[in-house]
Structure formats: C-alpha cells, structure tokens
Design a protein around this ligand. Structure first.
Ligand SMILES: [Cu+2]
Length: 140
C-alpha cells in the first residue's frame, strides 16, 4: 500500500512537471501564420505561463536580422511587447528561448508574412509561404 501511494505521488509529480514544461505561445501580434498588409510597429508575444525571455531573434527569409530589445527586467511575465523598426514586405520568423518558472528552457518560433501594402496579392500569384502553424514544435 505504501509503495502504491508513493507511485501515485511520483506520477502526480511527473504529470504536473510535464504540464509546466508545456509552456508555449498562447497569442501573438501579428498572429502566428498570419498575413498582414500593414507593417506592424510592435511585436507582442503572450505565453501560457509567466516566463523569462532568454533569447529572442527575428529574421526575414533572407536571414536578415531585425533588431529587438529584450526587456531589462529578469522577472517572469506572460506578455512581452517589442518595438519594431520599419519592416519591408517579407516573411518573418521570430525565434525565442524561454525559461519557465520551473527552470525548463524551451525554444519555439512563430512566423508571419507582411505583404506589400495596398497590393491585392491574393488575386495574383499564389504565395509560396507555408501557412501551416507549427504547433507543438516548440515542445522539444
Ligand atoms: Cu500570403
């Protein structure tokens, strides 16, 4: 009976541990996989739990980096906001490394497409960007 109980406790610990490990992106602006025709001036990332942002990079499809300033505070928070420089029409990918409060480090990314403002591209040539959101690839 004692063994059985401790097995339950161990399972419970394991489950809550893995639930915490699954901190991911819950929302973003622009949204993951979205196409926007107005250049966003801020990037907002919201996670499913408070995290510390360890690393954040943003690149276009030519691997050109867009500079982002990490928050100076090391406090865990759920939502982050970054000012963006003037963006050109391109496909952008945002990569992050986060540390949840249980000490798990996780990597993930999201992407969005900025169309040329005022261009009705959807009636023209099909876009080559893969619009599938890659959910759960951040849980590695
Ligand atoms: Cu598109």
């Amino acid at each position: 009976m004692k063994l059985f109980n401790s097995a339950l406790v161990a399972t419970g610990l394991f489950l809550s541990g893995s639930a915490l490990a699954h901190v991911g992106l819950s929302d973003s602006m622009p949204a993951n996989g979205s196409m926007v025709s107005q250049a966003p001036t801020t990037l907002q990332l919201t996670f499913t739990a408070p995290v510390r942002l360890v690393k954040l990079t943003m690149q276009d499809e030519k691997q050109q980096s867009i500079p982002l300033t990490l928050p100076s505070s090391a406090t865990s928070q759920e939502a982050f906001s970054f000012s963006l420089p003037a963006l050109n029409a391109a496909n952008y990918t945002v990569n992050w490394m986060i540390m949840s409060d249980d000490g798990h480090k996780m990597k993930g990314n999201m992407s969005f497409m900025l169309h040329n403002a005022g261009m009705n591209t959807h009636s023209a040539t099909p876009m080559s960007m893969d619009h599938d959101t890659k959910e759960h690839t951040e849980h590695q």
